[in-house]
Write a protein that binds this ligand. Structure first.
Ligand code: XBP
Ligand code: MG
Length: 247
């Protein structure tokens, strides 16, 4: 069976569209701990390990349970509410940038008539703020967030919903992810997935990825003969997509 062509590109948000974890989410979690009078502070390497659990509230609940907090769910819920408020404020005013090459890629996808969508475990309250601030002139054909699913990545639900909203099949799209749980979610949904590694996930294995690159731009590429040698362009995504189905 051959692919029917590239009909959409579905992007993860954290780590993929912008480097948000270390200075955005992590600091917002730490401010929430302080606001609630708790003696916890997540350092940079420790937070990298905690990212194995997707979803801020689940991350908190697991951590609190590990600290011996009995019945950690209600406290995790409250902390997460505070964290989301801090993180949203940072998205409004903080030093937030898209990853280099992302605005150009989104513009090229628009010019070439390829719809774009978002599939993230993050909460809608801040996802919309981030998208408006960084990509205010981009129309996303679907934005699926952690509020829309009952199971977070690595479960494929968020990608299945995005495909449903786009009205296409898994073989019609490419997913772009930065992390192992994100890749697992995309491939479990049947998608061809390009991994553009982010700071926290640079040296991890990505089994099943169509390709793994450290950035979007030509200068980021290490394999000069690969399909992505000129950077992550629409043509490169099309080549990756058709190669995924011709093997
Ligand atoms: C990112 C996440 C998110 C953020 C926190 O995973 O796991 O949970 O760290 O956001 P991915 P919330 O990039 O794979 O979607 O606090 O809003 O959950
Ligand atoms: Mg991510």
């Amino acid at each position: 069976m051959t692919a029917s062509g590239l009909r959409a590109v579905i992007f993860d948000v954290d780590g993929t569209l912008a480097e948000t974890e270390r200075d955005g989410h992590r600091r917002a979690f730490n401010r929430a701990f302080r606001d609630h009078g708790l003696p916890y502070e997540w350092g940079v390497p420790e937070y990298g390990r905690l990212l194995a659990v997707t979803g801020g509230r689940r991350r908190l609940a697991g951590y609190l349970a590990g600290q011996g907090v009995p019945d950690s769910e209600p406290l995790a819920r409250e902390l997460h509410r505070t964290k989301t408020a801090h993180y949203t404020a940072w998205l409004h005013d903080g030093p937030l940038l898209a990853r280099p090459g992302v605005p150009e890629l989104l513009a090229e996808l628009h010019e070439r008539g390829v719809p774009v969508a978002v599939a993230t475990t993050g909460r809608r309250a801040w996802v919309t703020v981030l998208l408006a601030r960084l990509f205010g002139d981009v129309t996303f054909a679907a934005v699926i967030t952690g509020d829309d699913v009952s199971r977070l990545k690595p479960d494929p639900e968020v990608y299945q919903l995005a495909l449903h909203e786009l009205g296409i099949g898994a073989r019609d799209a490419v997913a772009v992810e930065d992390s192992p749980p994100g890749l697992a979610a995309a491939t479990a949904a049947g998608l061809c997935c390009l991994v553009v590694t982010s700071a926290y996930h640079r040296h991890l294995p990505f089994p099943g990825a169509a390709a793994v690159v450290p950035g979007y731009q030509r200068g980021d590429m290490v394999d000069s003969d690969g399909p992505l040698a000129a950077g992550v362009t629409v043509d490169a995504l099309r080549r990756l997509h058709s190669a995924a189905y011709s093997r």
